[in-house]
Ligand binder design. Structure first.
Ligand code: SF4
Length: 375
């Protein structure tokens, strides 16, 4: 695995992003932002699940004004997600949000962006340049606001990663040019409190866009696969794309976008980071898939243990294995584990047997051993 890319840190509230900080896990609220009570409730649930930075969509001025009330009632940093209207960014910044996400695909008027930059400087908050495959500026229209029609933008005609022939302008080139336009504009306005995302649904396109940008700028990168899908398919798609980049040392903060409960986004985010040993977060469950040797219903047992250990914040590995023959050996790495046998179970630590208990007591015994491990 590559060393992590060196980046200039930015601070989203009190969360450091880049500059060697832990890779943070973000999510987005799915409530109507104008409904302050519902949005705050959802953010509290996400805080509980371990979400470290939250973003809310700001579609209109009522939502922008609501951000002030939301901010006052939550603990984690709040990002305002802005498209089209610079005035919404100004209002949110004055309301105390911790970061502004601007879409260079639909906020392209330099006079307007300059006003937002001045406001971000005044409030000392970063701007995320959020390039998104689904809302790129028209080809030839980067940083320009007139003379283009969304229906004739030509973006969909551009070849994706792997499809372009040598010298052909591709979708990745267009994503990069879009990001670099806004980066250059912010830098010319003496602003470098920047992080950037380059999201697409297509994994090879996303990977190539981030890789190429990572070589060009020193800013931290927010990773994500856009519109990734439902909880299962979207988590896998995101894990594949982000896994490649994180393994290469690219990425400073992540969001898993799922058509599902935002808490699942947080869980998936940590699982991706835990798979690469980039974060510890609570118990990691090692569970065998079961096979013809299994003496108990491993799937049921694993789910029961999963539900129990979720309430535990210790950064440890707990194994659930279906047989005594191979279980302890296959899960040598686990801090504590259970290998079920006919009518009994072995409790083991780091592959060594420590106790044998009747099947009826195996869950209680396992949790006792978990409790014995110092926090
Ligand atoms: S631990 Fe035992 S039951 Fe589970 S997959 Fe391995 S051999 Fe099969």
């Amino acid at each position: 695995m590559n060393k992590r890319r060196v980046t200039m840190p930015v601070y989203v509230g009190d969360v450091k992003v880049g500059g060697g900080a832990d890779i943070s896990v973000q999510s987005m609220t799915k409530t109507d932002t104008r409904d302050v009570a519902a949005t705050v409730r959802q953010i509290h649930e996400l805080e509980e699940a371990g979400c470290e930075i939250i973003r809310s969509a700001v579609p209109d001025m009522e939502a922008a004004k609501a951000m002030r009330d939301i901010k006052e009632q939550i603990r984690i940093p709040l990002i305002a997600d802005i498209h089209f209207h610079y005035q919404l960014a100004l209002e949110c910044a004055d309301g105390g949000v911790d970061c502004l996400r601007l879409n260079p695909g639909n906020l392209r008027n330099e006079d307007q962006v300059r006003l937002v930059v001045e406001k971000a400087k005044e409030r000392n908050i970063p701007i995320r340049i959020g390039v998104n495959f689904g809302s790129l500026p028209p080809v030839g229209g980067i940083g320009r606001t007139r003379g283009f029609s969304r229906h004739m933008d030509m973006v969909n005609r551009l070849p994706k990663a792997g499809e372009a022939t040598a010298g052909q302008y591709s979708i990745v080139d267009h994503m990069l040019a879009t990001a670099l336009w806004e980066i250059g504009f912010l830098e010319r306005n003496d602003f470098d409190n920047i992080k950037i995302s380059m999201k697409a649904f297509d994994v090879p396109t996303t990977v190539e866009a981030y890789r190429r940008l990572a070589e060009m700028v020193p800013y931290p990168l927010h990773l994500g696969i856009t519109e990734a899908g439902t909880v299962q398919a979207g988590s896998i798609r995101t894990a594949v794309g982000l896994g490649v980049l994180l393994y290469e040392g690219i990425g400073d903060t992540i969001r898993v976008s799922l058509s599902g409960d935002s808490k699942d986004e947080v869980v998936a985010g940590y699982e991706i980071l835990k798979s690469l040993n980039l974060r510890d977060k609570g118990v990691t469950l090692v569970a065998c898939p079961s096979c013809g040797r299994a003496d108990v219903d491993v799937v049921k047992l694993a789910n029961e243990v999963d539900a129990l250990v979720k309430q535990n914040n210790k950064n440890i590995k707990v194994a659930v294995m279906g047989c005594e023959v191979n279980g302890p050996g296959e899960a040598k790495d686990a801090d504590v584990g259970i290998a079920a046998g006919a009518g009994r179970a072995i409790i083991f630590r780091k592959g060594e047997k420590v106790r044998v208990v009747p099947e009826a007591e195996m869950l209680t015994a396992l949790m006792e051993e978990v409790d014995r491990i110092p926090a």
